[in-house]
Design a protein around this ligand. Sequence first.
Ligand code: CUA
Length: 337
Amino acid sequence: MKHFAIVGVLVVVVTLAVSLGLNTKSLLPVAASAQSATIDWLFDLHFKLISFLFALIVVFMGYSVVVFRRKKGETGDGDHFEGHTGLEIVWTILPLGLVLYFAYLGAQTLSDVRRVDPDALEVEVVASQWSWQFVYPQYEISSDTLHLPVNRQVLLKITSMDVIHSFWVPEFRVKQDAVPGPQFVKELRVTPSITGTFKVRCAELCGTRHAYMENPVKVLTAEEFQTWLDTNKPSDNPVDRGAKWAKEFGCVACHAVSTEAGQPTIGPSWVALYGKQETLADYSTVMVDDAYLHTSIVDPNAQIVSGFAPNIMPPNFKDRLTEEQIADIIEYIKTLK
Ligand code: CUA
């Protein structure tokens, strides 16, 4: 009986130490959505249960190893015993009950997280190798930064242009795969609860620059969001539009647009590119003009520049960009000196 009392106290102490030391506050980033409250609550509950199971195993094992070890001068084995019907019934019924209870809590939490607000703001999220684009169909605005008003549910309609990506803002706690194909538009609802700047990351291994596939998320007050909508109507200037497309469609993730340090070197630099003689992989030379740039955008493997690898640039820009957008990007490249 003495042993059970000591072990019981140790199990309680270890459970408390682990569950108080490891919780959502110490493990997870700040909670920034209405959905995160219920998700974190369930996460914490799981952690408490897991802490108890951990204590149960480690304390019994550690106590047995220390207290019941073979002492000096002792020979032979300890008592042998097998089977205990009562104990077996308890450790079958108890975990089964717990699993069913947690399944019930999980289903409740999921339906809570997915609750539909008819006033939700709709945003189309387009993932591609290796950037995110956000389209606000009601306002005919697109952006490479996800702007959201605080305390209003947003319905994200998530698609991919190429491979599987995954939309993940850790502070929002929710995550959704982006799957290619127009029939697979995935919906995700989130209600930002605090203003601030976060990041959407890609949570699905998707190629060379997967690790850098992250775009800013700005949660604004309702007034700031309205101001942003008002000031982001499409520009009349093709160069401005070209700069915007280059960011939104991910061009600048691989092509340098200035001579500053830290510019990407995966594709040829756009700085002072227009009008230059470019040497291709087959040692022929070509003049960089409108036609060359157009071909490079719609058929990137046609003229690979010497020193660069083929098949890195996605070949689907001919479907993703309109002719006007391509013309805008070329106008933008012309201005980079
Ligand atoms: Cu997109 Cu990883």
